[in-house]
Ligand binder design. Structure first.
Ligand SMILES: NC(=O)c1ccc[n+]([C@@H]2O[C@H](COP(=O)([O-])OP(=O)(O)OC[C@H]3O[C@@H](n4cnc5c(N)ncnc54)[C@H](O)[C@@H]3O)[C@@H](O)[C@H]2O)c1
Length: 267
């Protein structure tokens, strides 16, 4: 790992208290980025920031509900107050709550679309407005939105989540076209099945709605029957692509969503 690959990068990372957000934050910090960790779980981000500092990295944290406009503006302002500017956003916070089609209701829709679609647009707007204010630089500003295999496919038990992740793809394409005039690129990556707390909860919920019979079955069954490489993934499978998208290696790229799913959805 090159400890200087991300030198000069001042990043806000949403949903950084655990899972992939925390793993990417640690990896970026180890490669020289300064990272501001935002999450509704403020103890969680404080702990991750502490661990990064103990490893010699630069991290700060902020309480951030991505659905709240004031919170988004404040998180961006906190990043700028700590690091002098913001030039990288990882829009990672996300939620899921599976339902079969006929069981979808408005609270389920509002919860998932609120965080995954509006929450991403909300934080993008706050970060992009600050980047516009800072003016063009010799390097590009980068916004990375976390999608999913369900940005390009959907299944019968996660319809609203699939809608929200298709919205992320729309945000990547629309953001790329709308923000390049300010020197901002917008890309994303799309994990498949990643063993994090989100999937542990999903596994429990899938048993509850009757999709699978017993705990642990969902991940094993999907790995065996639906993933070309025959295994599910871990946050470590994701961090290389996230670092690439944050680094100068991806400067001539915008509007793209990279699949990291072991060959689950090939298009
Ligand atoms: N785990 C998977 O298999 C998988 C697959 C594809 C995509 N994803 C996506 O990857 C991203 C990270 O997932 P993960 O598996 O690490 O999840 P996770 O549940 O482990 O972590 C998500 C984090 O987001 C935070 N969060 C939730 N609501 C928030 C809000 N309103 N404001 C701010 N923070 C909030 C949580 O507190 C948590 O720390 C999500 O966008 C998810 O949809 C996950």
């Amino acid at each position: 790992m090159d400890p200087n690959r991300l030198d000069g990068r001042c990043a806000l990372i949403t949903g950084a208290a655990q899972g992939m957000g925390a793993a990417v934050a640690k990896n970026w910090a180890a490669q020289g980025a300064k990272v501001c960790l935002g999450d509704i779980n403020v103890e969680g981000v404080a702990q991750v920031a502490k661990e990064i500092a103990e490893e010699g990295g630069t991290a700060t944290h902020v309480r951030l509900d991505v659905t709240d406009e004031d919170d988004a503006v404040a998180a961006v302002a906190h990043t700028v107050s700590q690091f002098g500017e913001i030039n990288l956003l990882l829009n990672n916070a996300g939620v899921n709550k599976p339902r079969f089609f006929m069981d979808i209701d408005k609270p389920n829709y509002d919860f998932i679309m609120g965080v995954n679609a509006w929450g991403k647009l909300n934080v993008m707007l706050a970060a992009a407005r600050q980047m516009r204010e800072q003016g063009r630089r010799e390097y590009v500003y980068k916004i990375i939105n976390v999608g999913s295999i369900l940005s390009r496919e959907t299944f019968d038990d996660v319809i609203v989540y699939g809608m929200s992740k298709h919205a992320v793809l729309g945000l990547i394409k629309g953001g790329a076209k709308g923000l390049w005039e300010y020197g901002i690129t917008v890309n994303g990556y799309a994990p498949g099945v990643v063993r994090t707390e989100m999937w542990e909860q999903l596994d429990r919920d899938l048993v509850e709605i009757g999709k699978f019979d017993k705990k642990g079955e969902s991940m094993d069954s999907i790995a065996e029957n639906m993933i070309l490489m025959g295994r599910y993934s871990y946050p470590d499978d994701i961090i290389g692509t996230a670092a690439f998208l944050a680094s100068p290696d991806s400067d001539y790229m915008t509007g793209q969503l990279l699949m990291i799913d072991g060959g689950m959805v090939i298009q």
